[in-house]
Design a protein around this ligand. Structure first.
Ligand code: DAK
Length: 258
């Protein structure tokens, strides 16, 4: 796959997608999000890929939607062309595990894209924020909803109303990111975590992510029911037999993804 705005690296079962408009701090223009959607569609179908890492080139993950492209849009441009909804949210429906490795600014739509991934690993130079209010708009790709679920109402409200940025340490304290690592180690660490995930049974990893995501979309009782149904169904897989037999035989499991 060759793209204008993305770099793609395949490392065994791990695909690394680098958002690559560093001169514009990887601002998310229509071309980039369309290419990102295309890349994710390809990796979802590609049986050799078990986990995807999304990161950014240079000093940003992504500094938001491309303001220069967006500023001239009318209501009918935005509504008529289904701006955002049409091609922005693929990361949130991607069925395989997907990790955001946030290396620098993750602002506006950049923070929203990171939050669409399954979890965020941050470098110690990362900065998160929803500064849209400074532009006379508000977050429009999930910021008011997902950030609130991650960090709670008080902090999300303060960030959305003031546009203040959060550093990596605060983001970890608040539950927005799973871990902070030194900037120089971020990509290697993200790849190592992705490889570990990709070495598990693919269908079991996919069901596990579905179940964790259900916690954000259902009431507790329905979520528990969903988890229970998926858990029971895992006993129909070869990988459940293999995983448990391997434990008893004191050997590493060899999953067949079936
Ligand atoms: N868009 C376009 N270009 C950007 C950009 C952006 N979001 N962010 C940075 N750039 C460009 C700068 O214009 C500059 O380009 P040149 O001037 O060199 O051509 C280059 O990247 C380097 O940026 P700076 O010179 O500003 O670098 P600094 O280190 O001084 O500052 C910064 C870094 C990240 C603090 C600053 O660049 C900044 O504040 N950037 C904007 C951050 C921001 O406001 N992000 C939110 C964008 S709005 C919607 C749904 C969703 C959205 C909107 C509508 N609907 C459903 C309708 C989403 C909106 C957003 O994400």
């Amino acid at each position: 796959m060759t793209y204008e705005t993305l770099l793609i690296e395949i490392d065994g079962p791990v695909a690394v997608i680098t958002l690559n408009r560093p001169d514009a701090l990887n601002a998310l223009n229509d071309k980039l999000v369309t290419e990102l959607t295309d890349a994710l569609n390809g990796f979802e179908k590609d049986a050799s890929i078990g986990c995807v890492v999304v990161t950014g080139a240079g000093r940003a993950f992504a500094a938001g939607a491309d303001i220069k492209e967006m500023r001239v849009q009318s209501y009918m441009d935005a509504y008529g062309n289904d701006f955002i909804t049409r091609n922005w949210e693929r990361a949130s429906t991607f069925r395989k595990p997907i990790i955001a490795a946030v290396n620098g600014f993750a602002l506006g739509g950049g923070c929203e894209l990171a939050m669409m991934c399954d979890f965020i690993l941050a470098s110690d130079a990362a900065k998160f924020g929803q500064p849209e209010i400074n532009l006379g708009v508000m977050p429009g790709a999930g910021g008011t909803q997902r950030l609130t679920r991650f960090v709670g109402k008080s902090k999300a409200m303060e960030m959305c109303l003031t546009g203040r940025m959060m550093d990596a340490a605060e983001a970890e304290r608040s539950g927005l990111v799973s871990r902070v690592v030194p900037a120089a180690d971020l990509l290697n660490e993200a790849k190592a975590v992705a490889k570990k995930i990709a070495s598990q049974s693919r269908p079991i990893a996919m069901m596990t992510k579905e179940s964790v995501n259900a916690a954000y979309e259902t009431m507790l009782r329905q979520g528990m029911m969903f988890e229970r149904r998926l858990f029971h169904s895992m006993f129909a897989t070869n990988d459940q037999k293999e995983g448990m037999n391997a434990f008893v035989d004191k050997r590493p499991p060899k999953f067949s993804n079936s």
